[in-house]
Design a protein around this ligand. Structure first.
Ligand SMILES: [Zn+2]
Length: 732
């Protein structure tokens, strides 16, 4: 078998190997590079899927002698983004000695407690106190004799692995040098099975793993890498030669909606659908509507294939055993009938899931998990995937994309078969998986939620965006100025990372924060901002409005007609418009929600010189109380009432600061910077308060966060003064 990378094979995989990039790198760095190269191509392996290893000679820290060490991708890593610290390291002699330990067990075999118990021995084999936990696939790498091993989840090879004639196809496509092993849950026994295969036929260079993927090896790392690529290409070329063209998935049954219609429909559907699947725990959505997924959901075979479920265990841990497909005609049926069909589909899905659990459970199985689907397929529209956060829901969508590619390949060559239900269950409810879930850190206060912050481009709004993101929220940064909204969103993405998922169409391919423009005096602009929010994340849980205007009166001390109008348009009607636009969404979701508006202590303290502003804020105070009544019981409406937050505020431009300094006879010089002048004014204001400290945007954000969080779940219709203590603003 030739392992050279030909031009045709480069069509199916990216060849990234570069000797010059590796020059002088130690063995572990070569392994990291190889892993990153492999993981960067979705056709080679999926996010988080597959693993790589090298058996390297290292120096023992105790004896100073040379020892053979297995470096293998550790538990929970991702090849594309892995660094050296993501690899576990084990003494080869110790790892191999575990076979004797296992052999001595009275009751052993696949899926026995003795097999699972072997995982507990891996830490004892650790080389050089490496804290990275070994993955369940460690024996596969350790028990194969070759120096370098790649285990990948390529769609093209999983298609071979998930075909009815998998074993024959393996021989037909790869010849004699690639063997085949039937499905076996990853673990110690699978490692032993592979070891036996190689003992029986030392000429083997790799194995197709039934229902799972590919594993191959070589004593030279470049040879191993290129073998991986050539095997994946061979499978892809074979599938291409059998491609059914127009008849793929039995041909098309439904037509795709136009982009505008699709987005309109999704914006109306998503909040309701999110509410339906979030009955136990909230989910964040990802929409996928590219031609590949549409060809599947629109096809004649989609209902049959969707029902079979996904094959690769990596896939279905996220996608669940099967997706929910809804038989709805986008051309002849409307949104109401889609909802009706989804409602009964969901009911059936939950019943099926319960039946699967009851039929497959063991005495010691963990309790049944959330029975709602994580993948929903709608003809003409595409796929909606759900996960506990944006990254997870994108991974879920990515995995079903993979499943579709696997089914396409398998159905082109032969017939797609899914993993037997019991095997799927034994992975999904594996006690080792359960232990892993239990070890996960507790979720943050605002995890699984979407917070829309109006005014996020600067000042209090920007601070609120940062505060809620810190608590795990997905943040929609909205501002009249799109660039500043986007800048805040970019800051948040920079801090919290884009996530590892790679799926999602259009804005749905986003990270933990997006920036949108909004003019709250314009209901159309609000509708568009909300639509983007829904397409990005599938719903909204909380809204904070910090946008407001202060228009200084003219020399006569009076506000003009236009100033009065704009002040009330933004400070009162704007907040109302925003709440009015989300109230139906909250209703559709049927989940608890919270709104925080921003008024001002000026709404309670009467004084000279800001009549329009002060009366608008008094109106806003009462708006909070009335909305609290209107939106009860599911949505709480509260407000923060700041006073004189000068730092970072767009309401205090340089000339307003200077005119205030002059008004209060505070000494200043024109040469002082904006920040110096602001700080002077803030110090002056601070002296008028009971606590004598300047009031910052962070103080406001903390109060807003409290009112959004569950800590204030019994509080609505309240306005909290965050003013440093102004006795004029005390309630009376
Ligand atoms: Zn695997």
């Amino acid at each position: 078998m030739s392992i050279s990378i030909t031009e045709t094979s480069k069509k199916h995989v990216n060849h990234n190997w570069s000797d010059s990039e590796l020059e002088g790198s130690p063995g572990i760095e070569r392994l990291v590079k190889r892993s990153n190269w492999l993981g960067s191509d979705q056709r080679i392996t999926n996010t988080g899927g597959g693993n790589t290893s090298s058996k390297l000679i290292e120096i023992d820290p105790v004896t100073g002698e040379e020892v053979e060490v297995l470096w293998v991708k550790g538990s929970g890593g991702d090849l594309r983004t892995s660094k050296a610290e993501n690899f576990a390291s084990l003494y080869m002699t110790d790892l191999l000695a575990l076979q004797k330990t296992y052999d001595a067990q009275p009751e052993k075999g696949p899926k026995t407690p003795a097999e699972d118990a072997m995982v507990g021995y891996f830490p004892h084999c650790t080389y050089n106190l490496n804290p990275r936990a070994s993955s369940i696939d460690t024996p596969l790498h350790g028990f194969l004799p070759a120096k370098h091993v790649d285990h990948m989840h390529p769609n093209s090879v999983i298609a071979v692995a998930a075909s009815r004639r998998s074993q024959e196809l393996t021989k037909e496509i790869f010849g004699d040098e690639i063997g085949w092993v039937p499905w076996l849950r990853p673990g110690f026994e699978l490692g032993l099975m592979m070891q036996r295969e190689v003992e029986q036929d030392p000429s083997l260079k790799g194995l197709v793993m039934g229902q799972h993927g590919l594993i191959n090896w070589a004593d030279d790392d470049r040879e191993c890498y290129e073998l991986t690529l050539s095997l994946i290409s061979k499978a892809a070329e074979y599938i291409e030669s059998k491609d059914k063209g127009e008849d793929t998935f039995g041909g098309q049954k439904f037509e795709t909606l136009s982009n505008d219609k699709k987005d309109d429909l999704l914006a109306e559907l998503l909040p309701w659908l999110r509410g339906q699947v979030s009955q136990q725990k909230r989910f964040i959505g990802t929409v996928q509507s590219d031609p590949t997924i549409l060809r599947f959901v629109n096809s004649n075979d989609a209902p049959r294939l969707a029902e079979l479920g996904t094959s690769c265990p990596d896939h279905f841990l996220r996608t669940k055993i099967k997706p929910l497909y809804v038989d709805w005609n986008p051309k002849t049926e409307d949104l109401a009938s889609l909802k009706e069909k989804l409602a009964s589909g969901l009911e059936q899905y939950r019943a099926d899931y319960q039946a699967y659990y009851e039929a497959c459970k063991h005495d010691n199985s963990p309790a049944m998990r959330d029975p709602n689907p994580t993948v929903i397929l709608i003809p003409g529209v595409g796929m909606i995937a759900w996960g506990k956060n944006k990254s997870e829901s994108r991974v879920t969508a990515e995995f079903y994309n993979c499943a579709v590619e696997v089914m396409r390949g398998a159905e082109a060559m032969d017939e797609y078969i899914a993993l037997p239900q019991q095997e799927a269950f034994d992975i999904e409810y594996w006690l080792l998986e359960e232990a892993k879930l239990k070890r996960m850190p507790a979720e943050k206060e605002l995890a699984r939620s979407v917070v829309l912050v109006v005014g996020a481009g600067a000042g209090i709004g920007k601070e609120v965006a940062h505060r809620v993101a810190k608590e795990g929220a997905h943040v929609v940064c909205a501002d009249l100025n799109l660039d500043s909204a986007q800048a805040t969103a970019d800051e948040l993405t920079g801090i919290y990372g884009q996530g590892i998922g790679v799926a999602g169409t259009g804005i749905s391919g986003c990270g933990p924060a997006i920036g949108v423009s909004v003019n709250i005096t314009d209901p159309d602009s609000i509708r568009e901002a909300i639509k983007q929010t829904l397409l990005a994340y599938g719903g909204i849980d909380k809204v904070v409005v910090t946008a407001g205007v202060f228009l200084a009166p003219g020399l006569d001390g009076k506000n003009s007609e236009d100033q009065w109008k704009l002040t009330f348009d933004v400070n009162v009607r704007g907040s109302y418009n925003m709440v009015d636009a989300v109230r139906d969404i909250f209703k559709e979701q049927g989940l608890k929600g919270a709104i925080v508006l921003t008024t001002s202590v000026n709404g309670a303290v009467s004084k000279k010189g800001s009549l329009a502003y002060d009366t608008s804020k008094a109106a806003a105070n009462h708006l909070v109380r009335e909305l609290a009544i209107e939106l009860a019981p599911n949505v709480r409406v509260n407000a923060i009432a700041p006073a004189t937050v000068v730092e970072g505020s767009t309401m205090f431009p340089r000339d307003r600061v200077i005119s205030s300094l002059a008004k209060y006879d505070i000494v200043y010089s024109e040469s002082e910077s904006d920040d110096e002048l602001r700080s002077k004014l803030a110090q002056f204001y601070a002296q008028r308060t009971l606590t004598k400290s300047p009031i910052t945007p962070a103080d406001q954000a903390e109060a807003a966060y409290f009112l959004l969080s569950n800590q204030s779940s019994k509080t609505t219709g309240l306005i909290i003064n965050v003013d440093g203590g102004l006795h004029e603003a005390f309630l009376r």
